[in-house]
Design a protein around this ligand. Sequence first.
Ligand code: SAH
Length: 502
Amino acid sequence: MNGRVYLVGAGPGDYGLITVKGLELLKNADVLVYDRLANSEYIGETKPGCELIYVGKASADHTMSQEDINRTLEKKAKEGKMVVRLKGGDPYVFGRGGEEGIHLRGNGIEFEVVPGVTSAIGGLAYAGIPITHRGIATSLHVITGHKKEGDLDLEWDALANVRGTLVFLMGVKNLERICKNLIACGKEPSTPAAIVSKASTSLQSTITGTLEDICEKAVQNDVRPPSLIVIGEVVSLREELSFFEERPLFGKNIVITRARSQASALCKRLQELGASVIQMPAIEIQKIMPDAGLSRAVDEISKYTCLVFTSTNGVEVFFEKLYEKGLDSRSLHGAKIAAIGDATQREILKHGIRADIVPERFVSESLAEELSKVLNEDDRVLLARARGARALLKEELDKICKVDEVATYEAVIPKEQSDANRQIMQSKEFDYITFTSSSTVTNFISMIGSDNMHVLDGMKKISIGPVTSKTAKSEGIDIDIEADEYNIDGIVKAILEDAGRN
Ligand code: SAH
């Protein structure tokens, strides 16, 4: 049976501007056909094994002709694949989506369109320019500024005399002609004008002027595509409505190497501050199976006088087992609960338990020190944590009492994502990369390949704390900044301070 093709609008660039439906389809696609304008982060949302086909079209060097793209979509669908054709902005706004739809329909392939936020509207909004405004612009006109040969065949008279906002797409090369033609047909030379480049991305830039001088300013500022040319009184509202370019981390590109399941808090914080964040999970959390060790420990839970958790994953896996066995938090009554880190503490609290011991510094040394004050030889400790965790804590506690260590999960390198990750790393320049544990460092290196370490050149490397920094150093990565507080807040503060200084 034939597969189906979805023509999906990716929005103008900001990761969050794809639709819920578009993202859902992207995650399930067997084949992703994408071009240059789409945010490269979306590639990372595809499932492992998804075939990635780049058909990007810079106006000069066509990577693949439109006919070849049409045929590729048809061919993949005929192989029974679920195909997502991702396009910048909206597929039907100068996106040739209609041509693809007609081709598919003509060849018996089912297709659907998922509209997107067009740059003509959303891109302007991110520059603080509303495309209409009561009393200022009563209509909007989105025009192509691109013509292969000869002059632009547009109704200049009509465009010059309409009282709405004019937005030209693909117009950078013809900017001079656009301005001259409008003025020649009677548009006021003092009409406000702006050019918004790479709108809604961390590289967004905006220049403003008038119909008369915007062209000169564009040359001075070396304006390049993709850019929006906007002409109309609404441009002057930018002073009051600009928001995107005002945020403290605006323009910064940051790589996050945490496991996807844990990265969202850090990601969100940085994005809210204006950074453009790319998730490149260098670890994935996998429960250890079979889990005889954990199972036995839970069966004998009443003999433990102290439970130690060193990460949220450890807590999650432990409680899952506890509930699976028909028990609940009450079976831990009487035992002291110790935790490293406030995220771990919060995770325990979700189960109605407040940790008794949480060291001020989020490292094993501090926890060992705190525990040595309250434990004696009659105690029995359960240490439920990651396979391959540092030996120090167990060694220190062994000196005091009997300790059972069970490995509940392990951090593994995500399979089949390496290819996509390498492509993303090479497609952009990043300002910062964050390492939030030793295993993110070592796994990151094995993922990109030790002979590809040069991809880190020019990025500042941020570490969550001394242990991670040490691992990085031993692996040949010099950490530039170490967080003062060994948690997410610490990382965010470190980046904010550094960005503020520069
Ligand atoms: N379908 C797209 C437009 C495709 S034509 C949409 O709806 O937005 C490509 C042109 O769109 C570019 O030449 C540029 O003029 C404009 N464009 C797309 N994304 C842009 C962005 N992030 N910033 C500025 N212009 C953009």
